[in-house]
Design a protein around this ligand. Structure first.
Ligand code: FNR
Length: 356
């Protein structure tokens, strides 16, 4: 692996590798992976949502302060122990199918997270589309799932996750159809075999084998009362529940009302709806409304260590890394993901030293 010094360099190389259909994909035998670079960078519609995320960070001006300390809104966060709390500011956002980007898959990501455990990286959030069982992910972890029609299945999966040392549950509320970006990025994603995805919550009556059949059987498509289902899981989960996909102060207040443990500001990296507001702007608006005490984490557009500082100053307690994890996996597996953390850490530390 090259000695990268920025995430942008890793991104450029990763996309070149992915465009050439890397050899490790033959092992996985997903016949649909012809556009992996497009899948990773992909968005829905015009792509305005993901561009807004990145632009918001780029256009934020820095106000250095040297003689006095700047306030940072850190408070206690369920799912993170007090011991880790002060030194942690990033985590791995939940993303599907790490083995498409390196044979080491989620296990490689987890090893990198563990290596940076004492250096800012709190935990990884294992996506329910992971290709690795929770038992193999020995680093600190949370578990993410979509909302499915069968609420009893969600409850059972949350209980099992707790037994497997998962510290918090993330409910993704902005993906009622499953994977929207898959449709636009792939020629035929529907044949993807779900036997490769051990963490998917499955209804016991479900007999299908492909992702298309899975989504048809399980996804709500907003046909039912979404809010009540979310409330049911919060009430019945043995783990603290974060709601991922909150973008307005109104939804944030409702989340608090129904006893969510925390708010996860995200627009899914532009992979669900087009023309979405930036997550940085949403963090500011939501933090303004709910005050400093309630846990608020975010993702979307974090590409440098300065972005981390900007997001935390805007009111985020922790910041999720999405696409850059896959750039790291693609160029170097575990070492590549460690490199992503190293770059972010160096940039973030320098930003602090320079008064950001
Ligand atoms: C995602 N994201 C996502 N979110 C989720 O809740 N469950 C999932 O399985 C996935 N899968 C997924 C795959 C890939 C390839 C990407 C890029 C993203 C969204 C993810 O958690 C996060 O919200 C975005 O990645 C943040 O945007 P950036 O920073 O990656 O642009």
């Amino acid at each position: 692996m090259k000695n990268y010094t920025t995430i942008a360099q890793m991104r450029e190389d990763a996309l070149k590798i992915l465009a050439k259909k890397p050899s490790w994909l033959e092992r996985i035998q997903w016949k649909t992976q012809t556009w992996l670079d497009t899948y990773l960078e992909g968005w829905t519609g015009t792509g305005q949502t993901v561009h807004n995320n990145e632009r918001a960070f780029r256009e934020t001006e820095i106000t250095p302060q040297f003689l006095t300390e700047k306030e940072i809104i850190y408070k206690n966060i369920p799912g993170i122990s007090d011991r880790d709390f002060w030194k942690t500011d990033t985590f791995v956002a939940p993303t599907a199918w790490h083995k498409l980007f390196h044979p080491g898959g989620e296990y490689a990501t987890c090893r990198a997270v563990d290596a940076y455990d004492r250096d800012g990286v709190g935990f990884m959030i294992a996506s329910s589309f992971s290709q690795t069982p929770l038992e193999h992910l020995y680093c600190k972890k949370w578990y993410q799932m979509m909302i499915i029609q069968q609420k009893g299945v969600m409850k059972k999966v949350a209980e099992e996750a707790k037994e497997k040392n998962v510290k918090a549950l993330v409910l993704t509320i902005d993906a009622p159809n499953g994977c929207t970006a898959c449709r636009t990025a792939w020629d035929s994603p529907d044949r993807v075999p779900i036997s490769d995805m051990p963490l998917l919550p499955k209804d016991k009556n479900f007999k299908g084998t492909t992702l298309k059949e899975y989504l048809a059987h399980h996804m709500p498509r907003n046909e039912w009362d979404f809010r009540n289902k979310v409330q049911y899981i919060i009430k019945n989960s043995p783990l603290p529940v974060y709601l991922k996909g909150i973008m307005t102060p109104e939804d944030a207040e409702e989340a608090i009302k129904i006893w969510a443990a925390g708010i996860y500001v995200s627009n899914h990296g532009g992979r669900q709806y087009d023309r979405g507001m930036s997550t940085l702007e949403a963090v500011k608006q939501i933090r303004d409304k709910i005050g400093g005490d309630f846990p608020l984490i975010m993702d979307g557009g974090i590409r440098t260590g300065q972005d981390i500082v900007i997001a935390c100053r805007a009111g985020a307690n922790l910041v999720g890394i999405g696409r850059p994890i896959h750039y790291g996996l693609t160029v170097g597996g575990e070492e590549g993901v460690k490199k992503v953390f190293e770059i972010l850490r160096n940039e973030r530390n320098e930003a602090f030293q320079l008064g950001m």
